[in-house]
Design a binder for this molecule. Sequence first.
Ligand code: FAD
Length: 394
Amino acid sequence: MSSHYDVIVVGGGMVGAALAALLGRSRLRVAVIEGVAPRAWSPEQLPDLRVSSVNAISQRVFAACHAWEGMYSRRAAPFRRLKVWDNSEHDGTTFHAADVGAESFGWFVENPIIQLALWESLAELDTVTRYCPAKPARLEPDLHHVTLTLQDGRELSADLLVGADGARSSVRHMAGIAVDVHDYHQQALIINAVTELPQQDITWQRFTPTGPQAFLPLAGHHASLVWYHTPDKVRQLLALSDHELIVALQQEFPEELGGINAILGRASFAIRRLHAQRYRAHRIVLVGDAAHVIHPLAGQGLNIGIQDIALLARYLERGDDPGAAKLLSAYEAHRRPANQAMMSTMEAFHHLFTRSPAVLRQAGAKGLVMINTLSPLKRWVMRHAMGLTVINAD
Ligand SMILES: Cc1cc2nc3c(=O)[nH]c(=O)nc-3n(C[C@H](O)[C@H](O)[C@H](O)COP(=O)(O)OP(=O)(O)OC[C@H]3O[C@@H](n4cnc5c(N)ncnc54)[C@H](O)[C@@H]3O)c2cc1C
């Protein structure tokens, strides 16, 4: 027997769960298909290695999902200052949220906390049914709806099926949507550390020819350090003892880091860019990492995924046929160029600071410093970092 929904969301990660929460609150009937349920959380738990910067737009969307309180009350570290510089000799550029009248640029929140709070908000909704653990086996779109067969044999149907199942999206694959992929031949080493300095309200990033080094504040004396480097170097760093890694960090990271008392965990991620050539097929649409994966250097991957679903939810809440081609093509027409623009900006930063001759890097760094003195431009950069330059498409 088949159960029918307005919308099936495959992937109940941060982006898919947020979409389901928005749609469920608008009284649309939603099914969420997720392979792995979020784990319970306790305050004694050490910080997770997967951390995201949540900008002002995403925070508002999470609040509309009734999930922000569940994130903020657990662990969220606000950042009120943002500093960038390259390793030539200058002071870099510091942005202050207060300069645009904001209390903070955003918050660093652990990914499992974001997902858990969203799932708690889904549990309150009688309009949302969660299928977990469950995975899709087959998709069959026809003129009026799409039928999804799960791997356990259950059959569901909906007017629209959303692929929110991440970078390796099975929905994208089953819908026959091709992707453009670029491998940066770079890895991000993520290190969770206990810092000598107490909780900070600044996040900083120093660009070096081998890749950026970044500091993300976490609650208490904790920080997430991100060290972008070649795969060989990251492999070497991963093999070091905690003591050796602390020595390497103190030698290579800028003095802003201060002392490191302990390493709590480390992991590495290959850096690549991926863009789906189309965001839609008949009665199927892609959101979040299923549609686009960008270089994480500016911490915008989740934020642009949340912008995808905020727009899609606004279209779907209008009450027309959720799978109508006109609606899906309007979504694609707004979000694909916006995400492409973000990708190109990350690309420009990556090339400027890693591939360019020293003279150009210094020019880039001077450009960053100039931003400090050109207040309208600086304000634009700050508002962009907060997600406030997003144009509300109708
Ligand atoms: C090193 C690093 C640092 C980052 N830092 C930031 C940051 O600071 N800020 C930021 O905005 N972004 C950041 N990002 C990007 C961010 O993590 C991603 O953009 C975000 O996780 C995308 O969310 P998503 O829900 O689209 O996909 P995912 O997080 O991948 O979630 C997909 C969900 O679908 C489920 N799923 C997958 N396949 C199936 C299937 N077949 N059936 C059922 N369920 C399935 C998965 O279990 C998962 O729950 C970073 C990325 C990296 C690699």
